[in-house]
Write a protein that binds this ligand. Structure first.
Ligand SMILES: C[S@@+](CC[C@H](N)C(=O)[O-])C[C@H]1O[C@@H](n2cnc3c(N)ncnc32)[C@H](O)[C@@H]1O
Ligand code: SF4
Ligand code: SF4
Length: 410
């Protein structure tokens, strides 16, 4: 008699415990160390070699296998079942998403800005022709989504031409991430005509607190009025919000305001330690993000992809006004090349970018020994920024699991 997990179930081993990933339902089932050892032995031989079927001590193990059978995770076989077919290999990711950081200048001076933008920062933009050619080159390399960002992208005088170029090149998704203070009626018409999506940010539901973050008196009123115009024009909008000490009690107010506006808002994020945001005294004192904890879920394509590629970074690049190419808008020091020195195609096929796209949790401190590593989210720039030594492979933040003890700490 044999026991084997079904083909859609994968056993993942941690340092102390394990997990069964059901790739049909997406559910990840944690199992203890004894269960892990039993299932590993089941992979190599008949049950009768592992357990004495007559011995009452074997009963809990047999009950466990029975439970797995009832849960649709595995089966008993009377002759040796075929080994599991190997998992397919994920294709090397193509470029999918492109950030263009059009300018370093901004009319706000937000306390936490990772780009350290402000009105007195020189705009530091690259020649307009280079932005245009980059949009074509990235599209030819596979990109279908583009975001114009900054600094404040609407301070870049010829931003409309870049949108038109992206539209002409066939980008499916064009978004402008703007503080929305400079949006006038002509912008609204343009967004509407060219199918532009807008992302913006609010830090509170009131001017006092919002303007404390932006350090630009009157900014809330302008942003809020633009939000109303954008919504009235039926332009797709998402609203981000970032919490820090001065606005940490605004989380609920922001969510309420967004729901009143009929805009879906993600729970606010906490300031990340990059640029001006890398300052301990900015951090909220009481607000904490929901910690990483079970239940974990995944799906078959994601499970396959994260064996080799990073779940978030792979397929993305950001181009800065200096021409530097980085793997994520937050990963300011991970420069993979410069488009004034090398053609984009060379940077895209280069080892440096590939090494970031290929960062998996199998390399990350602590996570590499955790049974949940193929289902758990990851933000490398956040982990790196939060690490005192700023290591790229520092363990994920916001997780109290100790895979070496198999325990969640308080
Ligand atoms: C850099 S801004 C550029 C676009 C535009 N100026 C704006 O503020 O919406 C893009 C987003 O990054 C967020 N951001 C800036 N610095 C950050 C940090 N240190 N941590 C987390 N988010 C940050 C901003 O709050 C904004 O939502
Ligand atoms: S977060 Fe946006 S609005 Fe604020 S200073 Fe940075 S670029 Fe400007
Ligand atoms: S963050 Fe790392 S240690 Fe924590 S559950 Fe996720 S993979 Fe495991």
């Amino acid at each position: 008699m044999f026991f084997r997990l079904h083909d859609h179930c994968v056993l993942v081993e941690g340092a102390r415990k394990g997990a069964i990933y059901n790739l049909e339902t997406g559910k990840v089932h944690p199992i203890n160390g004894g269960a892990l050892a039993l299932l590993k032995e089941c992979q190599s031989g008949p049950l009768t070699d592992i357990l004495d079927m007559e011995d009452t001590d074997s009963k809990p193990y047999l009950d466990f296998l029975q439970r797995l059978t009832e849960m649709g995770l595995g089966s008993v076989y009377f002759s040796a079942p075929a080994p599991h077919p190997p998992l397919p290999e994920a294709d090397r990711p193509k470029l999918e998403f492109l950030w263009l950081e059009l300018t370093s200048a901004c009319n706000n001076r937000c306390l936490h800005c990772y780009a350290a933008s402000a009105p007195d920062v020189p705009p530091q933009t690259m020649p307009h022709e280079r932005w245009l050619s980059l949009i074509s080159e990235a599209r030819q390399a596979g990109a279908t989504a583009i975001q114009l960002i900054g600094g404040e992208p609407l301070l870049y005088p010829r931003w409309r031409e870049l949108v038109i170029k992206a539209r002409d090149e066939g980008y499916e998704f064009i978004e402008i991430f703007t503080n929305a203070t400079l949006i006038d009626d002509a912008c609204i018409d343009f967004f509407q005509q060219h199918g532009v999506h807008i992302a913006t940010t609010i830090y509170a539901d009131n001017p006092e607190v919002h303007d404390k973050v932006t350090q630009n008196p009157g900014s809330f009123t302008k942003t809020y009025s633009a939000i109303q115009k954008i919504l009235a024009a039926g332009i797709p909008l998402r609203i981000a919000s970032i919490l820090m000490k001065v606005n940490e009690y605004e989380a609920e107010n922001i969510m309420k305001l967004c729901s009143e506006l009929g805009v879906q808002a993600d729970p606010p994020d906490i300031v990340r330690p990059t640029g001006r945001g890398d300052a301990k005294d900015l951090l909220p004192e009481n607000y904490v993000k929901p910690p990483i904890k079970p239940p974990f879920y995944t799906d078959a394509p994601t499970f396959v992809r994260v064996q080799r590629y990073h779940p978030c970074l792979a397929g993305k690049i950001a181009v800065l006004p200096t021409g530097d190419v980085i793997p994520c808008i937050f990963a300011r020091n991970q420069v993979c090349g410069n488009i004034f020195v090398s053609p984009l195609t060379e940077i895209l096929s280069g080892q440096s970018l590939l090494s970031y796209w290929c960062t998996t949790k199998d390399q990350v401190e602590k996570c590499k020994d955790c049974e949940f590593r193929y289902a758990c989210a990851d933000c490398r720039p956040l982990a790196q920024g939060s690490d005192p030594e700023k290591r790229w492979l520092a363990c994920s933040t916001g997780c109290s699991y100790n895979p070496y003890l198999g325990e969640w700490e308080e």
